[in-house]
Structures are given as C-alpha cells and as structure tokens.
Ligand binder design. Structure first.
Ligand code: FAD
Ligand code: NAP
Ligand code: SF4
Length: 683
C-alpha cells in the first residue's frame, strides 16, 4: 500500500449496498426520522421536498420521514400531519419525486402518539396521563383498536400510492405501540393486555395488516424499543420474543429505539458517549435473522464503519448529522471526512425548536430546513472583507462569504481560532464542540481564506487598510459585578478557570447561574484526572442507572452518583428555578447532573462582600458567609464593540456588527453562526 493509500479511508462496509430482494439500498446509512416543523408550515411539502431532496443528493441510502399519524387521535399536536385520505397523496408525491431523482429510497414513518398526544383526543391502551403531556388519554375500546389497526394499514397503502418505498412503524420511544407492550401503560384485561402474548398482539396485527395491504415489494421497518429505560417497561426476553416474531409478521428491517420520552435518562444529548447504545443492537442482531440498524449519538463515518465492520449492526441510522451536513456521505466517499460539519448533539436548533413550536434547523448549519431561502449562486463582484474575530460569528461569516466568491481575511488576537468555543470545549460533556472548530479550520484551508492569528486589530490598522468592507465579530467580555472585595485574590473569572486553568480550591462559590455558571459548576465537580463520562460509557451507564445486564423490566437500576470533586455553591439573584432558561431538552440533564453532585443552589441572593472569610451574602433565610476558597464570576457579558463604533465614526466604508459584539444578551453560538451566514448571503 502506498503512503497515500494508507491514509485513505475507503469505508467499504459503509458503502456496501444492501439487497432486500425486491430493492437495493445503495449504502448502509439511513437518515432517521425527524419531525422538523416543516410538516405544519405554509408550503410545507415544497420545503420538505427541498430538505429531503438535498439529503438524497448528498448520498444517503434510505430516508425515513418525520412521524405522520394514521388518524386524528394519533397526531402529536392538534395540527400535526396525518395521512388518511386519498386527496393527501399528491402532496406527498412532491417529496418522493424529488428524492427519487437520486438513488435514494424513502419510507414514511407512521407514528401514533398514544398518550404522548398534545391534545385532548389522545388514545392509549388504558386511560392514563403521561408525565410529559398535560392531557389524559382515554383507554381504547376493542372496536377502537381494530379501527386503529385499519388506519395504520390504510396510511401505509396511501404512502405506497404516494411513491414511498416503504414505511417505518414507530414501535418505541413510549408511543402507542410501546404503550401496548409495557405493563407500565397497558392495564387491559382483554386479549390486548396481561400476558406478553396479549400485549404484543397490537404491534403484530398492525404489521400483518400493513403487509397484507401493501404486498411483498414494500419495505416495512419496525422501530423496536430495545431499552425502555422506565420502570415496568419490557423485559429483555419480551423484546427478543417480539423481535423474532417481526419477520413472520412481514418486517424487513429492525431499527433500534432507545428510551421512552418520559425516561429521565439522556439518550441523544451531547454528554451521551458516541455510539453508547450499539451494544443492545448487537445483542438483538445475534437473536434474529433480519437486518438491524444501530442508532443514537453516531456522528462520524469512522464510527459507522467501525460498527458495520465489526458486525454489530447491518445499517446505521443518523438523523441530526444530516441537518448539520447534507453532504456527509459525499464527503466520506470522496475521502474528505475532515470536511464534514459534525453534529455536536447540542439540540439547540433542532429538538429545542420543536418544543418551542419553531421550525427545526441546526446550530452549525442554519440553512437546514430553510433550503428554499438560500441560493448557492456566486457573487458577481468579489469583495475583500476584513473579519475581526474568529469566534463562531466571524468564522461562519468568513466561510460562507468565501464559498460565495468573496475574499474574507480573518484577524484573531488569540493564538487559535474558535473564540469562546475554545472555552466551551473544556466542559466535561461538551467535547463535541471541538469538531466545530476542526470543521472551520479545515474550511479555512480548503477555501484558501487568509488567516492572521495573534493579530489584535486596532483603528489605525483598519483605517490604513484597503478592505472594501469590515465585519466586526469581536464577541464579548465577561461582566465583573460591583461587589465589595471583587479584587480579592479568591476571585476568578470563568475564562481564568476554564481556559487558563488557574488553580481552584475545594470549596467554591459560583456567582451567576446562566449557561456558563452551570457549565463552570459541571467543570468544577469533576476530577480533572478522570476522563469525562461522555468519553466513558461504563461511567455514564452507572451514573444514569442503565442496566446493561437487563435484570429488571425497562433495564433501569439505581443510579451510582459519582463523588463530587469539590463542594460548590451556585448562586443567583433571581427567584426562579435554577437553569429555568437552559434548553428544554438538555436543561434537565444539566440540573440533574449538578443535583447528583450535591451542588448547593441558592436563589434570591444579594452579594455583600468578598474577603478572607469567604463570600458574604443575604438570602431570604438571613445573612450567611460561605467560607469558600474561591469565588468564580459567571455574571454574564457585555459586547466588545468599541472598535466598531470608532470605525463608524472615522471611516465611511461599510461596517457590520455580528454575534456577541452586536448584542450580548442571550448570545449563543446558534445566533452567532446564523448571523454570520445571513450577512455573508447579503453582502
Ligand atoms: P466570541 O466567541 O467571543 O469570539 C470573538 C473573537 O474575537 C475572539 O476569538 C476574540 O479573541 C476575537 N477578537 C476580539 N477583539 C479582537 C480584535 N480587536 N482583533 C482580533 N480579534 C479580536 N453557546 C451555545 O450556543 N451553546 C453552548 O452550549 C455554549 N456553551 C458555552 C460554554 C461556555 C463555557 C462558554 C464560555 C460559552 C458557551 N457558549 C455556548 C456561548 C458561545 O460560545 C458564544 O455565544 C459564541 O462563541 C459567541 O460567538 P462570537 O463569534 O460572537 O464571539
Ligand atoms: P446568562 O445566561 O445571561 O447568565 C448570567 C448570570 O449572571 C445570570 O444567572 C444572572 O442571574 C447573573 N448576573 C447578571 N448580572 C449580574 C450582576 N451584575 N451581578 C451578579 N450576577 C449577575 O449568561 P452566561 O451564563 O454568561 O451565558 C452567556 C450565553 O452563553 C447565554 O446566553 C447562553 O445562551 C450561552 N450558553 C449556552 C449554553 C447552553 O448549554 N446552551 C451554555 C453556556 C452558555 P441573576 O441576575 O439572577 O443573578
Ligand atoms: Fe446537531 Fe445541534 Fe445541529 Fe441539532 S442543532 S443537528 S444537535 S449540531
């Protein structure tokens, strides 16, 4: 093998086609089901066609759509999509036609929400209310069950008419079918409840009726809940028994489902180790004679290849990584995997948006789900543009501008690119943030962008330069609150702790409980000599009570909380719950993690002074002195934009302000990157 050959990664297992007999998948990668919110918007089908079409163009073997209900009761939201009537078929054809322009298959996911319905018409095996829904769902009559089975088959038949190559039956994550399977939610005493044979009857009848209505040459994927991760879930024997019956019922592919939505176990967030749940897919693969799909926190071609090559699974499903980069597979195939814009599993623009009733997108790729709003046209006149600062805002601007044909030149006063992402990546559980810096660094090389590190730009430099325009992406500076004794040697700023790694004592008060206060506390409770849980699967399983021996129903076991490395006080002036403003889908994990480490969360605090004794505070319970070794300030930031204002005063060339430099309130990387991309599309 040549030296170059040794460096080349061929991903043979990944790009090996899979023959299902009546159809062939061009490779082993499935784009997993994601509800994007486009389903419910104006011209949603045109937008979905563009969204899925781009991913098909990007080389994915098979796409599974977001969940579509088979009837009204099954909708997740009152206005959620449902496929039940022949007149709906033509709209879906827009999607299938676009995808089939490429050698990609597409399956419609049929999802009945059961008691997860966010409306009052929900139906479930036995009347109950899910902890994550405000509505009680009513128990189904036997007639209702028969009608629902018919609705599933009808939905599949209509999907076939619309040109879909198959359907995926959502049988996991705690939705209706899963509710039938688990004693937690199925208390029926008829032939659909009680014994496992009875509890699994609904799932099998659904599949049989779909197969009967759609014939042999139609893909049926079944999303099997392999780990319910809730009390009174299924046993491993029950999961295996059902898995074995799926083939006879008509299933072609078994996909992996992990954890009910109401489970208090992280399953896809960034602190979950990569490919953490592949072991359970591997176990089921040994039991059945059907292709199985590995899922959850798989985000690189190397990981996919490793899973497939080692025989742990036959296919790999990824969802969010295709929001982050529609060309993931084209890049892997061209041996350019270092050019992939990697999903960092933050959930900030995808899942969190869904919970806020917004259209999904992606923090690292704001064009995702907004394909029709951007053009890939090159600019007619290239401009030389100075970019001050290489945080997420400056980098995204520079890369997008260069892709459009401009000539950005980046100036960064630090010795490396990335801005505050260089601090964020130091937090245990946020290691994925390194990938975004790697991506931008590679783009700078590929697009030949001029980069000047260790170069602090000032007004004289800019004034005497010949740039056509200047983009100020100079970010933020930490706010230092006015507290008596703030200059005491005990006091440290968060960059001093997280980035400069200044020594910190065993007892610490953190002032400010925003995202950075939480992250700083997470950093401080960890022993720096231990690797982070997100890199250590065993430690992660123990902490979150995941029983890999599957001794009890649902595979849950008491948590083994790691011993905290420091004693922490996390303080805020507000009266609201700590972390109230953190992301909906990840905030609870951050809060739980700090609770597990016995972090003392104090609210309605007034800071009086800092001295040798420690931090003096007033609380509703009275005055206290926290006898801490250090006080770490995480009290927000203000914009670093003086240079911009000076430039505007002295120079009449166009100047732009983006990211934290434009507005420090609630600045995060999602806004910073989006502003960069949008500005580059306007200039
Ligand atoms: P910055 O990242 O601050 O970058 C500004 C850059 O400009 C810096 O590199 C600076 O050196 C440079 N610069 C300034 N002045 C000059 C000059 N005169 N000449 C040359 N260079 C200059 N956000 C999220 O969305 N999700 C998270 O999970 C998250 N976690 C975080 C965790 C921590 C611990 C921290 C500190 C931040 C986190 N953030 C997170 C916030 C996020 O990193 C910021 O919102 C984002 O980096 C802001 O981007 P920016 O480009 O506007 O500014
Ligand atoms: P932040 O969320 O605005 O929090 C600042 C904290 O400081 C608040 O808890 C505030 O609470 C306190 N504070 C403000 N002024 C103060 C003062 N003068 N004296 C004492 N306390 C004061 O800002 P941040 O934590 O610095 O985070 C910055 C941005 O980064 C956030 O907007 C966030 O979006 C982003 N980020 C996101 C994540 C994530 O996981 N998504 C993680 C980290 C950062 P009180 O006023 O109640 O005291
Ligand atoms: Fe991944 Fe975050 Fe983008 Fe969602 S927003 S796709 S989690 S990088």
């Amino acid at each position: 093998m040549t030296a170059l050959g040794a460096l080349m990664k061929n991903y043979d297992a990944l790009f090996k086609p899979l023959d299902l007999g009546f159809c062939k998948l061009r490779n082993r990668v499935i784009m997993g089901s994601m509800h994007t919110g486009l389903e419910e918007t104006k011209n949603g089908f045109d937008k979905m066609a563009a969204f899925y079409g781009d991913r098909a163009k990007g080389g994915v073997g098979l796409i599974v759509t977001g969940g579509i209900a088979p009837n009204l009761q099954g909708r997740i939201h009152p206005f959620g999509l449902q496929l039940s009537y022949p007149w709906q078929v033509a709209k879906h054809k827009k999607i299938t036609n676009k995808v089939h322009k490429h050698d990609t298959k597409i399956c419609l996911q049929i999802l009945h929400a059961g008691r997860y319905a966010y409306h009052p018409f929900g139906a479930t095996p036995s009347t109950s209310k899910a902890p994550i829904s405000p509505f009680k769902a009513r128990g189904m009559s036997k007639l209702g069950i028969k009608k629902t089975i018919w609705d599933y088959a009808n939905c599949a038949r209509l999907a076939q008419k619309a040109g879909y190559d198959g359907v995926e039956i959502m049988g996991s994550e705690g939705y209706l079918i899963n509710q039938f399977l688990a004693p937690r939610t199925n208390k029926r005493t008829d032939e659909y409840g009680g014994s496992f044979e009875n509890r699994s009857r609904f799932a099998l009848e659904v599949i049989r009726s779909i197969r009967e209505k759609t014939g042999e040459n139609f893909i049926i994927i079944y999303r099997l809940s392999m780990l319910d991760l809730i009390k009174d879930g299924q046993t491993w024997d029950e999961v295996v028994t059902l898995a074995k019956q799926l083939k006879e019922a008509g299933v072609n592919i078994v996909n992996t489902g992990i954890g009910w939505h109401e489970a208090r176990v992280p399953t896809i967030a960034t602190m979950v180790p990569r490919a953490a749940f592949v072991w359970i897919t591997e176990r089921i693969k040994k039991e059945i004679d059907l292709p199985v799909v590995a899922t959850n926190r798989i985000n690189t071609p190397d990981k996919i290849e490793e899973i497939l090559e080692s025989g742990q699974a036959d296919l790999v499903s990824m969802a969010r990584p295709f929001l982050a980069d529609p060309d993931f597979l084209l890049k892997a195939q061209a041996n350019k995997s270092d050019e992939i814009n990697t999903c960092i599993a933050c959930n900030q623009a995808c899942l969190d948006h869904i919970f806020q009733n917004k259209i999904s997108s992606c923090l690292v790729n704001p064009k995702a789900c907004h394909e029709t709003e951007y053009t890939s046209e090159k600019v007619k006149k290239a401009k030389r543009i100075a970019v001050v600062g290489s945080g997420p805002a400056g980098l995204s601007f520079a890369v997008e501008a260069a892709q459009r044909g401009h000539q950005p030149v980046i100036f960064e006063k630090a010795s490396e690119i990335g801005g505050q992402f260089n601090i964020a990546k130091e937090i245990p559980g946020k290691e994925e943030f390194r990938e975004t810096i790697r991506y931008f660094l590679k783009q700078i090389e590929v697009l030949n962008i001029e980069l000047h590190l260790n170069k602090e730009v000032n007004i004289d430099f800019l004034g005497s330069s010949d740039f056509d325009e200047v983009v100020f992406a100079s970010g933020v500076r930490p706010r230092i609150p006015k507290i008596d004794g703030i200059g005491h040697e005990k006091v440290l700023s968060y960059p001093e702790v997280l980035y400069q790694k200044k020594p910190v004592g065993k007892k610490v008060a953190v002032i400010g409980a925003g995202g950075i206060g939480f992250d700083t506390s997470e950093f401080l409770i960890h022993n720096p000599d231990h690797i982070s849980e997100s890199m250590d699967k065993e430690a992660f399983f123990k902490h979150w009570g995941i029983d890999t021996d599957y001794k009890d129903r649902g595979a849950v076991t008491p948590k083994e909380k790691p011993a905290p490395f420091r004693e922490i006080y996390l303080l805020q002036r507000k009266a609201t719950k700590h972390g109230k403003f953190l992301g909906k889908t990840t905030g609870w994990i951050h809060r739980q993690s700090l609770k597990d480490a016995n972090v003392n969360m104090l609210k309605e605090v007034t800071y009086k002074k800092i001295d040798d004794q420690g931090l003096h505070i007033e609380t509703p319970e009275g005055s206290k002195v926290l006898d801490v070794d250090n006080v770490v300030i995480c009290a927000g930031q203000y914009s670093d934009n003086e240079l911009f204002h000076k430039f505007k005063e002295l120079d009449n060339r166009p100047a732009h302000l983006i990211g934290g430099a434009e507005k420090s309130m609630e600045i995060d990387a999602k806004r910073a990157i989006k502003q960069g991309v949008n500005l580059a599309n306007k200039i």
